[in-house]
Design a protein around this ligand. Structure first.
Ligand code: HEM
Length: 467
């Protein structure tokens, strides 16, 4: 289209896919931004996409022209797998708005910012401590542990129950999600999206649809259990609240977007969104804390002083822990856990940074480019809590801190995630010292690319404090 952002020349069928290394396109995107500017275009197969880089273009698109950029691409494999329900991939419109508003309100009612949410998180942390305590003097891979803890916290909010770390239900859920995340982000999904005539053939992408059916059945089971045991008007968790809402809308009008089929997908959406994101951020945080002992010790000193005589930390304590707050934020910045956000789409003909963008264009916000943008950070390319501390040693959050994205589509679990990260890091640092195992060689900080970035598997050396 005229005045469309510049970009490399595409070739038929593949578009610019050959310009990107499928394993990890982040370096290629960085090079393309240097060559074409902070707003450039790429063809993903036959579909034009615009990549946004840097704070200025991100703010103009996602915040200033919020509604124009708040759509989600449709007709991709992932839309078909999720049947257009839930919230994450739903296009900008009344169903998305109503469901988003409902989730924000319900998360608040279940104690976001209140004691009860904190208690749920602290309760789960006690289960996290036991396996770590068993490994004192040894080292362990913390991946499954952090994953299960993050999963259980969101389960407590959604279904009111947690699962033992060896529970088959939990293991099956995790396996199905992991498989689907791989398939829907892999080369078979690209073929599915690019060549619609292949969609009904018995190719490996069909596995994602079978997995989705299993997930929906598991979610339906939870909803059915809730229907049998709930007391209308006295919600125990997210599912009960949604069923209350369904009672209300059914008796008043029938144009509502709320339905049981939506609920089944919504539960899966929130569980998926809240698990890998939080656990991969924790994995990155502990990798850096282990390999930067001076930063770990400074946090521990601050935590000891502020929590002296207290049984456990509370989220409020963060205001008296500027250094630890700086470390939790710096961990999120360096982790850049959702590097390309969730893809957006334009809802009408619009523009950004002087370029014209037609309605329905795929928008890829490169959040990593903002989290490490030169000129926005004192130390853009190193792990350094000073990025979040002012001259007086007070905590200060630069505008370019957007790991949760920005604008109307911004992560709706931000409050929950921040509370989890703070409480887990503070509680574990208060109790244990984490060391890089002597026989582990040099630490490798290169992340593994996916919907979420995660560190390469590593071993966490666990010691009791003072030893
Ligand atoms: C460290 C943890 C987390 C990070 C870094 C993170 C990051 C993100 C990002 C970058 C987006 C895309 C925003 C956009 O499209 O512009 C997103 C969306 C979303 N996140 Fe999170 N997230 C985290 C934890 C959570 C948790 C715990 C929940 C569960 C309640 C959650 C629920 C969601 C949902 C439902 C959306 C879709 C929002 C919409 O489309 O309106 N996230 N998140």
């Amino acid at each position: 289209p005229p005045n469309f952002p510049p970009g490399p020349q595409p070739i038929p069928i593949f578009g610019n896919l050959l310009h990107l290394s499928l394993g990890n396109p982040m370096k290629d995107l960085e090079k393309l931004a240097k060559r074409y500017g902070n707003v450039f275009s790429l063809y993903i197969g036959g579909r034009p996409a615009v990549i946004l880089n840097g704070l200025e273009s991100m703010k103009e698109a996602l915040v200033t022209r919020a509604a124009d950029f708040a759509g989600r691409p449709q007709d991709l494999m992932i839309n078909h797998v999720t049947e257009g329900k839930g919230v994450i991939l739903v296009d900008y419109g009344s169903s998305w708005k109503e469901h988003r508003r409902f989730a924000l309100m319900t998360l608040k009612n279940f104690g976001l910012g209140k004691q009860s949410m904190e208690e749920r998180i602290l309760g789960e942390i006690s289960h996290l401590i036991a396996p770590l305590a068993k490994n004192v003097g040894k080292s362990m891979n913390p991946q499954v542990l952090f994953h299960n803890a993050a999963s259980n916290i969101i389960c407590l909010v959604l279904f009111g129950s947690r699962y033992d770390y060896n529970d088959e239900f939990l293991k099956t859920f995790v396996r199905l999600y992991t498989e689907n995340a791989k398939i829907t982000n892999g080369p078979w999904a690209m073929l599915y999206d690019t060549l619609p005539m292949l969609r009904h053939l018995p190719l490996p992408f069909q596995k994602a649809f079978q997995n989705a059916i299993c997930c929906r059945q598991m979610s339906l089971g939870l909803v059915t259990q809730h229907k049998e045991t709930r007391i209308p008007g006295a919600p125990r968790d997210f599912i009960d609240s949604y069923l209350d809402e369904l009672d209300k809308v059914c008796s008043f009008y029938d144009g509502s977007s709320f339905s049981e089929a939506q609920l089944i997908m919504y539960v899966l959406d929130l569980h998926f969104a809240g698990t890998d994101t939080t656990s991969n951020t924790l994995l990155t945080a502990f990798l850096y804390l282990m390999t930067h002992p001076e930063i770990q010790e400074r946090c521990q000193q601050e935590i000891d002083t502020v929590l002296e005589g207290k049984e456990h930390a509370s989220f409020e304590d963060r205001h008296r822990m500027p250094y630890t707050q700086a470390v939790t934020h710096e961990s999120q910045r360096i982790a850049s856990t959702v590097p390309l956000s969730v893809f957006h789409s334009t809802t009408r003909d619009t523009e950004v940074m002087g370029y014209s963008i037609p309605k329905g264009t795929l928008i890829i916000p490169n959040l990593t480019s903002v989290l490490s943008e030169e000129g926005q950070w004192k130390f853009p390319h190193e792990f350094n809590p000073l990025n979040f501390l002012n001259e007086q040693g007070e905590f200060e959050k630069p505008e370019a801190f957007m790991p949760f994205s920005a604008g109307p589509r911004m992560c709706l679990g931000e409050g929950l995630a921040r509370m989890e990260l703070f409480l887990i890091m503070v509680t574990l640092l208060r109790r244990f010292k984490f060391v890089w195992p002597e026989d582990a060689g040099e630490p490798d900080y290169t992340p593994v690319f996916g919907v979420t970035l995660s560190p390469k598997p590593y071993r966490l050396g666990v010691r009791l404090r003072g030893n």
